[in-house]
Design a protein around this ligand. Structure first.
Ligand code: FES
Length: 168
């Protein structure tokens, strides 16, 4: 009986493989690279919000893509983090509509409250204040932010306090 050779994709969980397989099923067999975004998202989600080199290599191996092509995707899209980050990801929109409605002041308020600047995580590992995003497509509710992909709109400092206070 031959022993199975270790593969870089072994780093992916069974669940991650199932999720990736479900995406691969949507594309023709010669277009497996189309699943790379979903695969990286799942790998990142299971890894506490960031992608290690090993995970990117695992995705490349599983999908059958060159590793460099996966790094290019992971570094191009702002939704991917390549270093460890806090558990709750906060994205404050400071694009034009939000800026006109106090988005910059809101961002400063959050920076002061958490004692960090954009791009940093709190030392207790609870919060990550993501680099400023482009318009998050909720201009009618400006100023707004996303926390763990949930939209919060028409924000005031009091509302921000309430939202952050209620996170575990
Ligand atoms: S400018 Fe902030 S959601 Fe559009």
């Amino acid at each position: 009986m031959s022993e199975r050779t270790a593969r870089k994709s072994d780093v992916l969980s069974t669940h991650a493989r199932q999720v990736i397989d479900s995406w691969l099923d949507k594309y023709p067999p010669d277009q497996r690279q189309s699943a790379v975004l979903a695969a990286l998202q799942e790998a990142q989600h299971e890894n506490g919000g960031w992608l290690s080199r090993e995970l990117m290599d695992g995705v490349a191996d599983y999908i059958g893509m060159p590793e460099i092509a996966v790094y290019e995707v992971a570094t191009f899209y702002s939704m991917f983090e390549l270093e460890p980050v806090g558990r709750h990801c906060i994205s404050v929109c400071t694009n034009i509509s939000c800026m006109l409605c106090g988005g910059d002041e809101l961002l400063s308020y959050i920076e002061n409250r958490l004692g960090i600047q954009v791009g940093q995580s709190t030392s207790d590992g609870k919060f990550f204040l993501k680099q400023e995003e482009e318009c998050l497509a909720a201009c009618r509710g400006a100023p707004m932010m996303q926390v763990d992909h949930v939209y919060y709109e028409n924000l005031t400092p009091e509302k921000v306090d309430e939202i952050l206070d209620n996170l575990e």
